[in-house]
Design a protein around this ligand. Sequence first.
Ligand SMILES: C[S@@+](CC[C@H](N)C(=O)[O-])C[C@H]1O[C@@H](n2cnc3c(N)ncnc32)[C@H](O)[C@@H]1O
Length: 275
Amino acid sequence: MNETNLPTIAQLLQACTLPALETRMLLCHVTGLSREQLITRREHRPSAEQVAVFLHLGHQRLHGRPMAYLLGTREFYGRPFRVNEQVLIPRPETELLVETVLDCLHGQEAPAVLDLGTGSGAIAVTLALEAPHANVSASDVSPAALAVARGNAAQLEAAVTFIESDWWQALPPQRFDVIVSNPPYIAASDPHLQQGDLRFEPPQALTDNADGLSAYREIIAQAGGYLQAGGWLWLEHGYDQADAVCALLEQAEFGRIGSKCDLAGHARVSGGQML
Ligand SMILES: C[S@@+](CC[C@H](N)C(=O)[O-])C[C@H]1O[C@@H](n2cnc3c(N)ncnc32)[C@H](O)[C@@H]1O
């Protein structure tokens, strides 16, 4: 294509049928221009290659692919995390879990922390950076997810020890002061799995292929063997699962069981202390 036949930024912004914010984000991503430059350089003509990539990403977005996968990044707790289709896109609600664990770590000397099912590493890396006095380990059953998590830890300069393990199976016999997990908790029968972003995320990160509680059963039943006396287990769960998760914690003889609510008032994080 002759360079003068290429569309300008203004023409691309006008022609694209995506929401304006998403169009701008994709254009910035593809051209390397800032949001301000999109406004001040409206007559700039991106290269033929940039236009082709923009059109490809726009097409993917129109077919529902999440923005985070198209951009390859999602912000969590104020930091950019690299993501791809092998990991769950970190959710803002998970920041409540991080806040809860940070409260718990406050005042402890060199606590050992374990993040089970780390995915992109969002929880483990954030904890390592926000609580540098903690020794953070993180596990996942998915080697592809662990590769993403390792990349994020390196990029963000967080000291995290990664372990490939099916929940407790390959974990070394170590005791932790805090264990945290955001496991797959969507029931196999939940129609949301076929909707929105979830269609593109790894099924293993979303559903236990059962009633949504089997990962909690497995994690809670064995957590006592990996916690110090007085150690805490904190779990993220679905908006309607707090009672079930708290009942499992009670059965496993955890004490000081409690739940925390998100901004919408739904209990989304529950935990207890191994007494
Ligand atoms: C809901 S995602 C959470 C990812 C990340 N911690 C976050 O909060 O964004 C659940 C994670 O658990 C992992 N997972 C699923 N089954 C597992 C198992 N049996 N053992 C260990 N990890 C598992 C998935 O690969 C996925 O990364």
